[in-house]
Design a protein around this ligand. Structure first.
Ligand code: GDP
Ligand code: MN
Length: 379
């Protein structure tokens, strides 16, 4: 679950990270009031859960409360990367001398939380990683000891922080790491961490992604969820306990197990297809979940074929097949469906599905090729 900039910054502030003064506004008049209370130049920032708001025109400086009202009105009418702007953050404007990147992520390779810093801040870090990866300095953090001061100092020197700011930087890095651990984040980043014209460090932007698997122990953070920012499919999937990520391809995937879902997507791509989604319906394949999953997949107009890839371990293949047939009832569609079932009673399961007009396959290779062909209309 992603947090908004204003929510992330509020968490950062609790950990001693300096943030600009500011308040959220849901209409232009409120933005004017905040600007007039702050009594100085402000920056109006769209609160949508995507990066690159600046480039999209969703972040603008306003010199006067009048300007703030006009600009807020304009930004509140925008849609950025498909997401309507419903709130703006009105922050006191910062006098920017330098923009730095500072973030903590879970790094699978080192199996540690890793702090990343870069002198190339302000731009999207994925872009820096792609074009000039040497500009990103990484520090792996030992979970038993936490971020050590010497590590933060090394990072500070590597990205060219002034001697005068090193102590401040260390405090910010430590706060960021602590916040990351305490909220069970998978990502916590400040981009940009600004060096102001007055020689101070301040977090001009904030982003936290919470680990959904740990949300059950952060009910206060769960409350911060902005359902306006979730697509209706994502909401449906979350409520049904499905893991769903929409992608740009045309082959819908319905799979039981996250690893199997990834393998399925790989094999689809291997045979020249493009998956329309990642979807893990979890263990077994109960009719109610299959039904919701199908509705979600088919609500995507790009989907031209659906591939079921079910591994029956403890669950029996015929049971799963009945679940699928049951789930298909009442779902009207002409989209061709291919099912690959393996495991206990797979044979019986395939018969049930073939009787229900589904294409069946014995191997994933065969299933993926049939789905790719079906998506091209070559059934
Ligand atoms: P993002 O584009 O979604 O990452 O949004 P950011 O909050 O990072 O803002 C993008 C850019 O807008 C920053 O890198 C800054 O260059 C600029 N910006 C943000 N806040 C201020 C501010 O208070 N003053 C000035 N002058 N520029 C700002
Ligand atoms: Mn940013």
């Amino acid at each position: 679950m992603k947090l908004h900039e204003y929510q992330s910054k509020a968490i950062f502030a609790k950990y001693g990270i300096p943030i600009p003064k500011g308040t959220i506004a849901e209409n232009a008049e409120a933005a004017r009031q905040v600007a007039s209370q702050l009594g100085k130049k402000v920056v109006i920032k769209s609160q949508v859960l995507v990066g690159g708001r600046g480039k999209a025109g969703g972040i603008k400086v306003a010199a006067t409360p009048d300007d703030a009202e006009t600009i807020a009105d304009q930004i509140l009418g925008m849609t950025i990367k498909g997401l309507p702007v419903r709130k703006v953050l009105v922050d006191e404007a910062i006098n920017i001398a330098r923009e730095i990147y500072l973030g903590v992520v879970v790094d699978r390779a080192t199996r540690r939380a890793t702090m990343m810093g870069s002198a190339a801040g302000g731009v999207e870090i994925e872009e820096v990683a792609r074009v000039s990866p040497e500009k990103i300095i990484r520090v792996a953090i030992d979970p038993a000891f936490g971020l050590q001061d010497y590590q933060a100092r090394e990072l500070a020197f590597a990205i060219g922080i002034d001697k005068a700011n090193v102590r401040e930087f260390t405090a910010i890095a430590t706060g960021l790491y602590r916040a990351f651990v305490d909220v069970d984040a998978s990502l916590a980043e400040i981009n940009p961490l600004v060096v102001t014209g007055e020689g101070k460090l301040i977090a001009a932007d904030g982003k936290i992604v919470l680990d959904d698997n740990a949300l059950y122990r952060h009910l206060d953070l769960e409350q911060l969820r902005d359902v306006d920012e979730e697509s209706s499919e994502e909401q449906q999937a979350r409520k049904a306990g499905l893991s769903y990520v929409k992608l740009d391809g045309n082959i819908g995937c319905m799979v039981n197990g996250a690893g199997l879902a990834m393998a399925t997507m790989d094999v689809i791509k291997f045979y020249g297809g493009e998956p329309a989604n990642f979807l893990d319906i979890g263990g077994g394949a109960k009719a109610d979940k299959v039904k919701i999953a199908l509705e979600i997949i088919l609500s995507d107009p790009n989907v031209k074929a659906v591939l079921f890839n079910i591994f029956g371990g403890i669950t029996r293949g015929d049971e799963v097949a009945r679940g699928i047939v049951e789930g298909l009832k009442g779902v009207k569609t002409n989209v061709p469906m291919v099912a690959r079932i393996v495991g206990t009673n797979a044979e019986e399961g395939r018969k049930i599905l073939a009787n229900a007009n589904m294409l069946t396959a014995e191997t994933l290779e065969e299933g993926a090729q049939k789905a790719v062909a079906a998506a091209r209309g070559q059934v």
